[in-house]
Ligand binder design. Structure first.
Ligand code: KG4
Ligand code: ZN
Length: 348
């Protein structure tokens, strides 16, 4: 049914999520469960994640449909994250979506999780006046760190990316070194709020180099070396806060520098150029402020989604589904989930 609502399902990592959006992108209902079973292991355990998705998803979908006041037959289609990510969770979420689509005779849309992050800026209300193509995207999450020219749905040019760790991964590893829980990004940001960012001199990897590649493993190692100078056990509280603040400042400075280079590469591709940040790390206030500064310096507008839409969620998946359905882009029910699925390999 054209113009009808779309159900979105996200299950690529450790968030199980479902959302229903109307055809204009207004959220009718959403539900999200952050899996708790991984904390003891200090990272996501794929098998635990897949089982937890399987246990939680049916009730989540039922709940959003009930809250939206809809039956499955009222939908225009079902969109489910089908990669990149942990294959077990992808099979659960996309398999569930296909099941609903098959039973109801609805179109199925296989969503690239990175495209869902990339198109979040186009949800109504996120960017005043909208985010017309093309725009420059800085995608900063637990698994990805890249600069991408977003030219249209399914049309992406990769300008640069990390040569080692993703930036969220660096936050998580440094948080672990500081004895914080997992995932570490939000805890590290909280700790950094009471710290002195000038206390520890940390490297700014690749700062000033041509291009917009990133590197974070040296920065993480520098933090590990400082931590190693202390006796075993927790660091003194103020030292931990200062180290967190120093690390966060280094990351923010590097991201702003690399984004500055990316803006130069993106150039005059649009009359009023726009820099968009997306992914879990986009929730970090220091990162957002540094990117705002870089955008101002380069004559770009800057947009960051509301915090709840930065980290993984199903609203962005349903929205990517709406964008694709509007273009008549659907996928066959034998579409295979893909653990690796680089944005620039998509074709429309
Ligand atoms: O986009 P996301 O939810 O999942 C992936 O697709 O990877 O991003 C999760 C990542 C984690 O590494 C987490 O530590 C980081 O985003 N993160 C943050 C913050 N909130 C989440 N990093 C720094 N500051 C934050 N406030
Ligand atoms: Zn993500």
């Amino acid at each position: 049914m054209r113009g009808a609502p779309v159900l979105g399902i996200e299950s690529s990592c450790d968030e199980t999520a479902a959302a229903v959006l109307d055809a204009d992108g207004r959220v009718l209902a959403e539900a999200l469960l952050s899996q708790s079973g991984h904390a003891a292991y200090g990272g996501v355990v794929p098998e635990i994640a897949a089982r937890a998705h399987l246990a939680a998803l049916p009730a989540l979908v039922e709940r959003v449909m009930r809250e939206a006041g809809l039956g499955f037959a009222d939908l225009a289609g079902v969109a489910a994250t089908s990669g990149p990510g942990l294959i077990g969770g992808l099979i659960v979420g996309s398999g569930f979506g296909k099941g609903v689509a098959l039973a109801q005779g609805l179109p199925f849309v296989a969503i690239n999780h990175l495209e869902a992050h990339a198109l979040t800026a186009r949800l109504p209300g996120v960017v005043p006046g909208g985010a017309p193509f093309p725009y420059l995207l800085l995608l900063v999450s637990g698994g990805h760190c890249q600069c991408v020219a977003v030219e249209g749905v399914g049309r992406y040019q990769r300008l640069g990316g990390t040569i080692d760790d993703a930036v969220g991964e660096a936050f998580d590893k440094v948080a672990k070194l500081l004895g914080l829980g997992w995932p570490g990004g939000p805890a590290l940001e909280k700790l950094a709020a009471g710290g002195d960012a000038a206390r520890f001199a940390l490297p700014r990897p690749l700062k000033g180099r041509p291009g917009c590649d990133f590197s974070f493993s040296g920065l993480k190692t520098a933090v590990a070396q400082i931590v190693g100078r202390y006796p075993a056990g927790p660091l003194p509280a103020q030292d931990a806060a200062d180290l967190a603040a120093s690390f966060q400042a280094a990351v923010a400075e590097v991201l702003a520098d690399r984004a500055g280079h990316a803006m130069g590469m993106f150039g005059a591709a649009a009359a009023t150029p726009l820099l968009v940040v997306a992914g879990g790390v986009a929730a970090n206030a220091a990162v957002r402020a540094a990117l705002q500064g870089a955008a101002d310096k380069n004559g770009f507008r800057f947009a960051a989604p509301p915090l709840r839409l930065c980290s993984d969620n199903a609203v962005m998946v349903a929205w990517a589904g709406i964008e694709r359905l509007r273009l008549g882009l659907t996928d066959a029910l034998d579409h295979a989930p893909r653990p690796r699925w680089p944005l620039e390999t998509m074709r429309v």
